[in-house]
Ligand binder design. Structure first.
Ligand SMILES: [Zn+2]
Length: 168
């Protein structure tokens, strides 16, 4: 099978005749990272725009649920924190948020975090977990983040750069 990403960000997969649909789906899923990378390269050369199909979005949401829950459990264990709920949103302006309501902590992540580099995803997770302790962006908040990710400042910059990237 041959996969290409067109200039408009759409994905074309050429397959041999009689290829099973499930095999194509697997191929597509296995290459989501590559697709994101190709789209990024394309967008760097044109405007920072990517157009997602509903199918892309549902796959990315599913992927985000797995990836971000795993990372939250991992860093949560290190930090001794465990949110009661994790939600995946379609937020465009923020990668994540942490809400406390009636003693219940919910961390939300946008499915768009799936376009971020792995280490930047880690930063988003540690950032939101740290909000369970400090509900602000105070010195204490960032010193907690720094204990876990000493290079947080650089990662935070990278996360901000991606905000110019319009993923629809
Ligand atoms: Zn924050």
């Amino acid at each position: 099978m041959v996969m290409t990403v067109e200039n408009d960000g759409s994905v074309v997969i050429k397959v041999p005749k009689y290829t099973r649909k499930s095999a194509i789906d697997r191929f597509y899923s296995a290459n989501l990272g590559w697709i994101a990378q190709r789209r990024q390269t394309l967008s760097e050369n044109s405007e920072n725009i990517a157009v997602l199909s509903l199918r892309d979005i549902s796959k990315l949401k599913k992927q985000a649920r797995e990836v971000m829950a795993r990372k939250t459990a991992y860093y949560g264990q290190i930090m001794g924190l465990k949110p009661d709920k994790i939600k995946i949103t379609s937020a465009k302006k923020r990668w994540g948020s942490c809400i406390k309501s009636k003693g219940v902590y919910t961390i939300c992540y946008s499915f768009r975090t799936m376009f971020l580099p792995d280490r930047v995803q880690d930063y988003i997770v540690v950032h939101e977990l740290a909000h369970m302790v400090h509900f602000d962006h105070s010195k204490n908040f960032y010193s907690l983040v720094e204990q876990i990710l000493p290079d947080w400042a650089q990662l935070s910059c990278q996360a901000d750069n991606f905000k110019d990237w319009h993923i629809y």
